[in-house]
Design a protein around this ligand. Structure first.
Ligand code: CDV
Length: 307
């Protein structure tokens, strides 16, 4: 008997700066309902799925900034999504931005949670690779201030047992770094869930703009194959407050092939039935880590690179 899991990539179109949580959470529930009708057992939403992607703006007033963050999860605004998961008997992965009080200090993270079909939080990940700057770039058409607004995630790269497999989460820029996937795969992850907000334009390197869609798929397809894992990549797409964000949400098999892909830049669900045993077969027959990796050599190389 194969281990099969039907997974939905629940892409979001733009969220307006003033759109209420009520409205956004309703959109998430509509997508969840569509996904369930298509047979999904797990629904994956984008990075920071409850608000517009505010790191694109310079925000000075702390109160203005705070309104983009969640103080607890689930909170009353988001509870209807948890209730819907319970009602539909479906699990979900949700990206959101989080305020946590740690040792009396207010910390901000770019986070994502995995929630069971009973509406219980299975685990949380906090984004490690924060792109952009901590300062304002007045000449740029939009800002990228993740280094200003977020701390580097302090939960490591956890892997959870769920759905008869092991699951890990990455968030947006994490997907461009091979190490992110590797540490999950080395812990046995066969399913990797990724939400993103990716502008089409990179003001620091305009000559690469035409390759934004290509690079999005390139990194995730290579990683799926090299790590023998299913990858679910989910965008917040379309023109959000003047910033064009790529779509191309997709489900990628451990073969590296895209097996389902969104075709719009709006709210859209695509579903694929993922054979988790395919991940196990690639790992056993092509990439068996324990026999074929050579960490002792990698260590020597990274020490040389550091010196
Ligand atoms: N939200 C992101 O992490 N976005 C980055 C952009 C800014 C390059 C990404 O890697 O897609």
């Amino acid at each position: 008997m194969s281990r099969l899991l039907s997974v939905a990539a629940a892409q979001l179109g733009p969220i307006g700066q003033k759109e209420s949580r009520l409205s956004t959470v309703n959109r998430l529930i509509v997508l969840m309902e569509q996904a369930v009708r298509l047979g999904a057992e797990l629904v994956v939403y984008p990075e920071a799925a409850l608000t517009a992607f505010f790191p694109h703006w310079w925000i000075e007033d702390e109160k203005d900034l705070d309104r983009f963050f969640e103080l607890s999860m689930p909170n009353p605004d988001v509870k209807p999504l948890f209730d819907a998961a319970n009602r539909f008997n479906v699990s979900f992965c949700l990206g959101y931005t989080e305020i946590a009080i740690e040792e009396g200090l207010k910390k901000r993270y770019n986070s994502a949670i995995l929630v069971s079909d009973g509406g219980k939080i299975i685990g949380k990940y906090r984004k490690v690779h924060l792109p952009g700057y901590a300062d304002r770039r007045p000449g740029d058409p939009f800002q990228n201030l993740e280094k200003k607004y977020f701390e580097v995630g302090n939960l490591g790269f956890p892997v959870w047992e769920a759905f008869n497999t092991k699951v890990g989460i990455l968030i947006c820029n994490d997907r461009r770094w091979p190490e992110s996937y590797r540490v999950l795969a080395l812990q046995g992850a066969e399913l990797i869930l990724i939400g993103y907000n990716t502008p089409l334009q990179n003001p620091a390197m305009p000559e690469s703009d035409a390759l934004s869609n290509f690079h999005n798929h390139l990194v995730m397809q290579a990683a799926a194959y090299q790590n023998s894992a299913w990858i679910i990549g989910v965008a917040k797409a379309g023109i959000e407050e003047g910033v064009m964000q790529i779509g191309q949400s997709c489900i990628i098999s451990p073969s590296g092939e895209i097996v389902a892909q969104a075709s719009t830049l709006g709210d859209e669900v695509v579903v694929a039935r993922c054979d988790l045993d395919l991940a196990a077969r690639y790992r056993a027959r092509v990439f068996k880590f324990s026999e074929n990796r050579r960490p002792e050599y990698y260590r020597a190389i990274s020490e040389t690179a550091r010196s």
